[in-house]
Design a protein around this ligand. Structure first.
Ligand code: MG
Ligand code: MG
Length: 280
């Protein structure tokens, strides 16, 4: 495998393997979404994901993560972040109630290749403000994905994410301390993929680059605070947060969204961007 500036470039065969992991991630998140309703605990949602990992013969990318570099090993297979929790929430006995805004972040590796994706789910009836925040974040993720192309730059993605969010003129906070990332034989690899940026800046996007694009957006300030558990990241002002993420491969044919059931075809077509599968 070729490396340039620490970036792992994948062969077509390796990207096909990442698609296998990505589909497990996407289908598991669909099952978690199905199970998410008032009265269910976040630990119960984590259990749904665990069952899917086992059935797929995959391995969690999250369970035990962090132990190697001084953090308490992450104790679950999902990060479940409710309302003012932005990311890295630990599943537990929190009972979901009507109106909760819940982001679920999930990753597996299969045959050595990782997939990483997050969705934000509304429990029961969401407030208009919460629904708008989640939809804006989701649209920003797709704007970022649609901005990725061979010959482009990492900054093109951050610029597209930021511009998409700012266009709503709602004064949302864009969390800068946490970013997307390269992904492949490890979950987190170079380069960082910031959710703010300038077009034409940053690392060159070349054939075989695989990235996780993951905007985190708040209704208020983008300032964060980490709880004593060393994982849970909250908005400092207590405002609501949303998080959406997909893993993509940039191929000569276009963009292939490895963690989306349809490979991203529908959302990319809606944005006039080439869908670039290598074939399943
Ligand atoms: Mg993730
Ligand atoms: Mg990620």
């Amino acid at each position: 495998m070729r490396r340039r500036t620490g970036i792992e470039l994948k062969s077509a065969e390796q990207i096909r393997r990442m698609r296998v992991a990505g589909l497990i991630v996407g289908r598991t998140l669909a099952a978690v979404r199905e199970a998410a309703r008032p009265g269910v605990t976040t630990a119960e949602l984590d259990a749904v994901a665990r069952e899917h990992i086992a059935a797929a013969g995959a391995t969690s990318s999250f369970l035990g993560y962090g132990g190697g570099f001084g953090l308490p090993p992450f104790p679950a297979v999902t990060c479940i972040s409710v309302n003012s929790v932005i990311v890295h929430g630990i599943p537990g006995d929190r009972v979901l109630v009507d109106g909760d805004l819940v982001s679920v972040d999930f990753g597996v590796h299969k045959d050595g290749w990782h997939g990483d994706s997050a969705v934000t789910i509304g429990i029961g009836e969401l407030s208009e403000a919460a629904a708008a925040l989640s939809e804006t974040t989701r649209q920003a993720m797709w704007a970022g994905i649609a901005a990725a192309r061979i010959g482009g730059r990492i900054g093109d993605i951050g610029h597209a994410v930021e511009t998409s969010i700012r266009a709503h003129k709602k004064g949302y906070g864009i969390v800068a301390e946490y970013t997307g990332h390269g992904i492949g034989s490890e979950m987190h690899q170079p380069p960082d993929v910031p959710n703010l940026g300038r077009r034409g800046r940053g690392e060159l996007l070349t054939k075989g680059i695989c990235l996780a694009i993951e905007p985190m957006v708040t209704i208020g300030s983008a300032e964060t605070a980490t709880l004593d558990d060393e994982w849970t990241v909250m908005t400092r002002d207590g405002s609501l947060a949303a998080h959406w993420e997909h893993t993509i491969a940039v191929t000569p044919a276009g963009v292939w969204v490895l963690t989306a059931e349809d490979g991203g075809e529908a959302e990319l077509a809606a944005r006039g961007v080439k869908f670039g599968p290598l074939g399943d």
